[in-house]
Design a protein around this ligand. Structure first.
Ligand SMILES: CC(C)(COP(=O)(O)OP(=O)(O)OC[C@H]1O[C@@H](n2cnc3c(N)ncnc32)[C@H](O)[C@@H]1OP(=O)(O)O)[C@@H](O)C(=O)NCCC(=O)NCCS
Length: 324
């Protein structure tokens, strides 16, 4: 569906903006070839995104062909628009298309959702000084990317021995939806000091710790864990595995970790892996987002104890915000 001009939005004679449909899927996939180091989530999410409540997936077209995509998702009880999935066709990069599309989408969101006050986005690349001046930094996490072969790891799982600490933490607790609401999403909840700026960042998507986000987080089939129900020091959430373009039968697992208790993090990582690895056919790329100080000890654990391959050195994920 062609989007009509939106008051205040930029006009570009050559470009038209449309809402994405199933029809453009192949074009979007082929323009996305090779991005995000083979971990592009969009091919797995495109069809659900285009029908998701409070989400708009906008395409820029030139001469009838797709040249860029951006999704805006309204969360936090209508206060925040998340900017996601941005990509520009390789032959159109470096000409400001991303900026024009973002300004169009921000005006569209303001027009359709007048309650939205801010937009948020996560990035792992280096921003220019000009870009940095546009945003407030809300949170920062370290990114640890490892690869392992799932059948091989599953066969070794029962014989793995964890390094012994002075005191062994209690076994991690898997949360049910009511626990998630009480522990993660209610202001003043027990996790308030653990979450960076009261924000749950789930596989690049930031959500404020508000109960208004409960239903949409529930739809995601995540595994939520804490080390202790009443006074958690470590918490984590893990996506259900999904295929990525990195290789044939390659699956991706994303695990977000809060807290700095090393043994607790190790136990929760093992629990998530034990739940998912046995059902996976081949290589898995597993990305852990964690407090920066935990990157080195967890990289050592993953390589020396679990025998995983470290895919890249320390990188960071930033969560930015600007008024809309
Ligand atoms: C990153 C990418 C979208 C930039 O598109 P582009 O049209 O070539 O970007 P340009 O440098 O011409 O445009 C610059 C504008 O885009 C914005 N921009 C560039 N990269 C951005 C990013 N990763 N996230 C948000 N905005 C970005 C700049 O802030 C600038 O905005 P301004 O016009 O308001 O100053 C494009 O190179 C691409 O598709 N890369 C592969 C996918 C990818 O890495 N996506 C980023 C996801 S975070």
């Amino acid at each position: 569906m062609k989007l009509e001009a939106v008051p205040g939005a930029p006009q570009d004679g050559d470009m038209e903006f449309v809402l994405a449909t199933d029809k453009e899927f192949e074009e979007v996939v082929s323009m996305s070839h090779g991005i995000y180091g083979g971990l592009d989530y969009l091919p797995s999410r495109y069809h659900s995104w285009i029908v998701e409540k409070d989400r708009m997936v906008v395409l820029a077209k030139k001469g009838g062909n797709v040249i860029a995509l951006l999704s805006m998702f309204v969360v936090d009880g209508g206060q925040t628009a998340l900017l996601e999935g941005l990509r520009v066709a390789p032959w159109e990069r470096g000409r400001g298309v991303a900026g024009v599309l973002q300004r169009f989408c921000c005006q569209l969101v303001k027009h359709r959702y007048p309650t939205v006050k801010v937009m948020r986005l996560t990035r792992d690349d280096k921003l220019t000084a000009k870009e940095l001046s546009k945003y407030r930094v809300i949170a920062k996490q370290g990114i640890l990317l490892v690869r392992f072969n799932a059948p091989d790891f599953s066969s070794r799982l029962s014989s793995l021995t964890l390094p012994l600490g002075l005191t062994r933490p209690p076994p991690p607790v898997l949360l049910n939806p009511d626990d998630v609401r009480g522990i993660f999403l209610e202001r003043g909840g027990v996790l308030k000091d653990l979450l960076p700026n009261q924000t749950i960042i789930q596989d690049w998507q930031p959500f404020q710790a508000l109960s208004g986000n409960h239903d949409l987080l529930r739809r995601k089939s995540l595994r939520w864990m804490v080390d202790d129900l009443s006074q958690p020091q470590v918490a984590s959430l893990c996506t259900a595995p999904f295929p990525v373009p990195a290789g044939p039968l390659c699956f991706y697992l994303n695990i977000d970790v809060y807290g700095t208790g090393l043994q607790g993090i190790q136990e929760q990582l093992l629990s998530h892996l034990a739940a998912h690895a046995p059902s996976l056919p081949a290589d898995v790329k597993c990305q852990l987002f964690l407090p920066p100080s935990m990157w080195r000890p967890m990289a050592d654990f993953c390589t020396s104890v679990l025998g995983f391959h470290l895919e890249k050195g320390y990188t960071e994920q930033y969560l930015f915000e600007s008024d809309i």
